[in-house]
Ligand binder design. Structure first.
Ligand SMILES: [Zn+2]
Ligand SMILES: [Zn+2]
Length: 171
């Protein structure tokens, strides 16, 4: 692997972490305002509402999981994001796509493990996400990395001991 391909893969992964943050903050916790007047705007908002509803049910039941939906997510992200290198036609674009799609798969796996086998994930990552679920749903949107929460001022620290019975916040 050439140095520039490694750089492109790393860049793709960093781009994924930003996407992860933006999606979680902007779509998963979407609060509807006025409905858009254009057909495209209404269709986009309907899709975001669907994603937000699915995420609300994740907040209500963090251990509920669907292997089908999880696998579909990996395939969908890989397929949709492949449109970028197809259009860009730059020789390193596919390396960036690898970083982006592997970034999604790492995120999805880390998120699943945080809820199902937290002992296998870095304590700080588990705590960051626990606070998001149980104390501050408008904070700690980053799951794989906390950088973007620091950059955009959405970090929340624990107000109570994590060994207390878990609460459920849906927002
Ligand atoms: Zn979660
Ligand atoms: Zn959330």
């Amino acid at each position: 692997m050439q140095r520039r391909q490694i750089a492109a893969t790393t860049l793709g992964w960093v781009l994924w972490t930003g996407t992860e943050y933006a999606m979680h903050r902007g779509a998963f916790h979407f609060r509807p305002t006025r409905s858009r007047s254009t057909l495209g705007g209404r269709a986009r908002q309907a899709l975001i509402r669907l994603v937000a509803a699915e995420h609300r049910s994740h907040h209500r039941e963090p251990l509920r999981t669907s292997l089908f939906l999880r696998l579909l997510g990996h395939v969908a992200v890989a397929a949709v994001s492949s449109g970028v290198p197809v259009m860009v036609r730059h020789r390193d674009a596919w390396a960036g796509w690898v970083g982006f799609t592997v970034g999604y798969s790492v995120y999805e796996t880390v998120h699943w493990r945080i809820h199902h086998c937290p002992g296998t994930v870095n304590d700080a990552r588990v705590e960051h996400h626990r606070v998001h679920h149980e104390e501050a749903t408008r904070s700690n949107f980053g799951v794989t990395v906390p950088w973007w929460d620091h950059a955009f001022g959405t970090v929340a620290v624990a107000r109570r001991r994590p060994d207390l019975s878990p609460g459920v916040l849906v927002d």
